[in-house]
Design a protein around this ligand. Structure first.
Ligand code: PGA
Length: 253
């Protein structure tokens, strides 16, 4: 039985004050929620606040990205896996569609970050998903295959999947208010799990595959009820403590 997982991706949002308010709201409500793993991924500059606020709670924290070089070293503007670990991060998101499409991160770069994160002790959350034009062209499965194959091709990639999370995020559903129907999402999740099972059945049966893309408290229950959906990666709705906590409750079993 896979344990549900709900993670908040705060993207480039928040001030020191608003983040502290959000963290204390989530911490105080999360204590009563059992049967689901919970994490938040603030912007890098706010991770220290998360570490202070959430230490000793049942809410973990993580980064939204990491440098593909282990470092330390001359990589201006980058944040290393060691820095994330130093701040107590347990997770790191890799290959979010905004990194892929706005910042040109290739499948290979994402795969390299994924393996580095896992080998250094973080649990990477690997994001995969198709653009609207790709769904309309009927190539969703090809796109997911390409993104997964880059991980399989990376040395250590298959092994890293034993300690990782996957997030299926159809790009057309991110921040748009459009959500994949539970059936659409389930179909892609099942496809991902089958592709993983082709490589390693035990890993495929155990890995958590989250859905992301306009999840709200009003639709989380029916999405999370799908057999291959093990929780969610939540953007906009994770910026309000009450709403995020309701989504976590929908994941609790
Ligand atoms: P959204 O973002 O929930 O705001 O659609 C999800 C994500 O980008 O991870």
């Amino acid at each position: 039985m896979r344990r549900s997982f709900v993670a908040g991706n705060w993207k480039m949002n928040g001030t020191s004050d608003s983040v502290q308010t959000l963290l204390s709201g989530i911490k105080s409500g999360a204590g009563a929620i059992e049967g689901v793993d919970i994490a938040v991924c603030p912007a890098f500059v706010h991770i220290g606040l998360a570490a202070q606020a959430l230490a000793g709670s049942n809410v973990a924290w993580g980064g939204q990205n990491l440098c593909d070089e282990a470092g330390p070293g001359a990589f201006t503007g980058e944040v290393s896996v060691g820095m994330l670990l130093d701040l107590g991060c347990r997770y790191v998101i890799v290959g979010h569609s905004e990194r892929r499409t706005l910042y040109g991160e290739s499948d290979e770069l994402v795969a390299a970050k994924f393996v580095l994160a896992e080998q250094t002790g973080l649990t990477p959350i690997l994001c995969v998903g198709e653009l609207l034009e790709e769904r309309e062209a009927g190539v969703t499965e090809e796109v997911i295959d390409r993104q997964l194959n880059a991980v399989f091709a990376q040395e250590g990639g298959l092994a890293a999947l034993n300690n990782a999370v996957i997030a299926y995020e159809p790009v057309w559903a991110i921040g748009t208010g459009l959500t994949a129907t539970p059936e659409q999402a389930q179909a892609v999740h099942a496809f991902i799990r089958e592709r993983l099972a082709d490589r390693n059945e035990t890993m495929a049966a155990g890995i958590r595959i989250l859905y992301g893309g306009s999840v709200k408290s009003s639709n989380a229950g029916e999405i999370f009820a799908q057999p291959d959906i093990d929780g969610g990666l939540i953007g906009g709705a994770s910026l309000q403590a009450d709403e995020f906590l309701k989504i976590c409750e929908a994941g609790a079993v």
